[in-house]
Design a protein around this ligand. Structure first.
Ligand SMILES: [Zn+2]
Length: 227
């Protein structure tokens, strides 16, 4: 039983229950947990995997306590299967980013099907599991693309915040983009820009300052949730 000085700050029902001796543990644990993660955001890194960039990115993410969704191209998952396994082993989630990174909305349905299905096979064959999330290259989509994605059980994920790392954004600008994230939102980044790698420690600090944690992207809602 905790001492009575806790009670004035509580709601009357909680205080009454605490007096009855039933809620002491809950009252003590809930605030501390809430202070750790007030919400979750989805960090995403597109266009891998590769031998050149994936190892350093995974090291940086792990060292800073971050988990992310890696939207892999099928052609690279097939070429660098060990890096797909490294992503999974580092606690990351692997999504489908098409096989060759085309403008999908300019392709026929059968070509779109090939891009998505071959990537599912490449990721699974590499040990990345059955991808549940799909990001169309350039964020370009239409009803045909979405229909094919749905056929493979994939949830389409675009983004709320574009870091502009693909467009030469500075490390400062990438960090500032991450500061715009709110609970449930998703940020677009890539595995290849050096400025993105350099931004990782400061992104971690920025999120921590806001009480936000890096989460997984729910296939049910397409929003960031607790891992
Ligand atoms: Zn891409």
């Amino acid at each position: 039983m905790r001492t009575a000085w806790h009670f004035p700050a509580m709601g009357s029902a909680v205080a009454a229950a605490a007096v009855a001796g039933t809620l002491t543990f809950t009252v003590e644990e809930a605030p501390a947990h809430a202070a750790v993660c007030a919400g979750y955001v989805g960090l995403t890194f597109d266009d891998g995997p590769s031998n050149d960039h994936t190892p350093a990115l995974l090291d940086a993410l792990r060292q800073n306590g971050l988990r992310a969704t890696m939207f892999n191209e099928g052609q690279y998952a097939a070429a660098y299967p060990a890096q797909v396994r490294a992503e999974v082993n580092a606690g990351m989630w692997v999504g489908n980013h098409s096989y060759t990174h085309p403008h999908l909305t300019q392709l026929s349905q059968s070509q779109i099907d090939s891009e998505i299905s071959r990537t599912q096979q490449a990721v699974a064959g590499a040990g990345g599991g059955i991808a549940q999330l799909f990001r169309p290259p350039y964020g370009e989509t239409n009803a045909t693309v979405q229909g094919v994605a749905a056929k493979y059980g994939l949830t389409q994920v675009i983004w709320d915040v574009d870091s502009q790392d693909w467009n030469g954004a500075s490390t400062d600008a990438i960090v500032q983009a991450s500061a715009r994230l709110t609970n449930g939102q998703i940020i677009l980044m890539h595995e290849w820009p050096p400025n993105t790698l350099a931004a990782i420690p400061r992104i971690a600090q920025t999120l921590a300052n806001k009480g936000l944690c890096a989460g997984r992207i729910s296939p049910q809602t397409g929003r960031a949730v607790a891992p």
